[in-house]
Write a protein that binds this ligand. Structure first.
Ligand code: VG1
Ligand code: CO
Length: 543
């Protein structure tokens, strides 16, 4: 029973990105790599005496080993209690819910989310604060700074307790509580949604296909949809969390969720389709033969929130990440509530939610959430849609088409160029950034540019400033092209090009999206010379 102090050397590159530190599993498997990062975090955090920590992850390869190490280090740090999900499993929104429920001082979430898993895949770790939300830049920057000169870490010499079943254990002076990963989360969902109405919907024969992509969402979706809401067995597919996701890539987009989309476009399609990602914070929603754009999803939920018990009082405001379409802004305007535009990543929503300025948040990357936790929440979004369908008697497609009819359609697409050599991607961004000041007032590809800048955000609550959050070029008619480099990838760089154009004319709402955006796609190429820099003549993925 001793706390060991182990000498170590700093590793390069332990800077958290959009959502924590993500690296290849093989990088995390290097001796001391995980320990260094965790100790850097612990060195930045205050004394842990009397405090509770929540711990769990998406169950991917290396999750179990990492849980054991972190428990032994948490004991050394002096936490009074760690609450860990059974088998080391917690979805990201469930971890957020647990932190809040137990008034924990924070939580460590082990996930690389939508990145591929398995021994050759990715692993990740991030820290959430006592509000349940991702640590802000001030903390992640401090952790990174600490990781650069760390020279020792502290760890208990005791074996970490088993986490296969719920129970209580002692590790040094610390209590380890192994909990059911679903219970607290399920209870929260019961408080928000009209479960009776959703039950009646399923009883009436409504069919849902929920693809959990062999990731952590499965147990939550099964327990609630099949276990409690009466959806028939088999509604949830790929529902067992597997260490390698069974070879699937749990990033629900048109490429990786191809199978789900095929089911929704088949002759005997169910009424609604949904999928969640590796850590179950993302959601994809489909109607029968109808794909819902994530930006539209946020707008529909906002427009009808009063139909849902948890939001009957109405919304205080909405927040969306800058590249997300302006559909939510239009709904906010109609509702007479503010709409905030933040940088990409859920950590920027925390202050707005804590301050009560917004109730719903969303990102174009299949992320939607609310004040109920401080993370985006995949199953929550699906339950919200089910509740809306049940309460309105309308189909998913009708709800979206009504949005378009009332506010016009924000035609939207994101083009991702993956695995570009980093130096080339940086060169592209450097050249484009340098060209921005000369763009406003000019016409390119026949389009009049009115604004071009590198997006910076001043948090209205604490005044903190975040710069370099995406290059945006805005046209006279409000259309936009935004360029960003991904902050979650682990291989080279990924260029994201976000394209948006508002279409007021209902007769043109069914023009295929890529066709409707063709002038903007041409403008993006003209401005950034993507082909020249990347050698790629089309995007790897279009969402
Ligand atoms: C991506 C998305 C962003 C999201 C982030 C984390 O970041 O674009 O909207 O918040 O992933 O999602 P980036 O930097 O790669 O564009 V998750 O579900 O991977 O934690
Ligand atoms: Co995720």
């Amino acid at each position: 029973m001793a706390i060991l102090t182990v000498a170590t050397q700093a590793f390069e590159g332990q800077r958290p990105g959009t959502s924590g530190l993500r690296k290849k599993v093989t990088v995390f498997q290097q001796p001391h790599y995980l320990e260094n990062f965790v100790q850097s975090l612990f060195d930045v955090l205050p004394d842990a005496a009397g405090l509770t920590l929540v711990l769990g992850g998406d169950g991917r390869y290396h999750n179990r080993a990492a849980v054991g190490t972190i428990l032994r280090m948490a004991a050394a740090k002096g936490y009074a209690r760690v609450i860990v999900g059974c088998r080391g499993i917690l979805s990201t929104p469930a971890a957020s819910a647990l932190i809040r429920h137990h008034a924990a001082s924070g939580g460590i979430i082990l996930s690389a989310s939508h990145n591929p898993g398995g021994p050759d895949g990715d692993f990740g770790i991030k820290y959430n604060l006592g509000n349940g939300g991702p640590a802000p830049e001030r903390i992640t920057d401090a952790v990174y700074a600490r990781s650069r000169d760390i020279d020792r870490y502290c760890i208990s010499d005791q074996p970490s307790p088993p986490v296969d079943q719920p129970g209580r254990f002692q590790l040094e002076q610390m209590t380890v509580e192994v909990c059911d990963p679903v219970a607290v989360y399920a209870d929260l969902m019961r408080q928000l949604f009209d479960f009776d109405a959703i039950r009646a919907l399923f009883r009436s024969g409504f069919r849902l296909r929920f693809d959990a992509m062999n990731a952590v969402g499965g147990p939550y979706a099964r327990a609630l949809l099949e276990g409690e809401l009466g959806a028939p067995a088999g509604t949830v597919v790929n529902g067992e969390p597997l260490e390698d996701f069974g070879g699937l890539h749990p990033d629900p987009n048109p490429v990786n969720a191809e199978d789900l989309i095929a089911h929704l476009f088949a002759d005997d399609a169910p009424d609604m389709g949904a999928a969640s990602d590796g850590d179950a914070d993302r959601n994809m929603v489909l109607g029968r033969a109808f794909v819902v754009s994530p930006s539209d999803s946020l707008a529909v939920l906002a427009a009808h929130a009063r139909l849902v018990p948890g939001y009957r009082q109405g919304l205080s405001g909405i927040a969306r990440s800058m590249p997300t379409s302006g559909a939510a802004d239009r709904v906010a305007r109609a509702l007479g509530i503010p709409c905030y535009e933040t940088p990409t990543g859920w950590k920027y929503f925390g202050n707005l939610l804590d301050a009560g300025r917004v109730t719903l948040c969303g990102e174009e990357s299949y992320g939607t959430g609310s004040v109920h936790v401080r993370e985006k929440d995949g199953l929550w979004a699906v339950l919200f849609w089910l509740n809306l369908v049940a309460a309105s008697g309308k189909t998913v497609e009708t709800l979206v088409r009504e949005l378009w009819r009332e506010h016009g359609r924000c035609v939207y697409s994101r083009h991702d160029y993956e695995a570009i050599p980093s130096a080339r991607a940086e060169q592209l961004m450097r050249e484009l950034r340098a060209a921005l000041p000369g763009l406003p007032g000019t016409t390119r590809c026949g389009l009049a540019i009115t604004l071009a800048d590198d997006f910076a955000y001043t948090d209205p609550v604490d005044g903190s400033v975040s710069t370099g959050q995406g290059l945006r070029v805005v046209l006279a008619d409000g259309s936009r092209v935004v360029f960003r480099l991904s902050g979650t990838g682990t291989e080279g760089a990924t260029l994201r090009v976000y394209l948006e154009r508002h279409e007021a004319d209902p007769a043109r709402h069914d023009v295929p999206v890529q066709q409707a955006l063709a002038p903007l796609i041409a403008l993006a190429e003209d401005l950034a010379r993507i082909r020249h820099h990347t050698g790629m003549d089309h995007a790897s993925v279009c969402t």
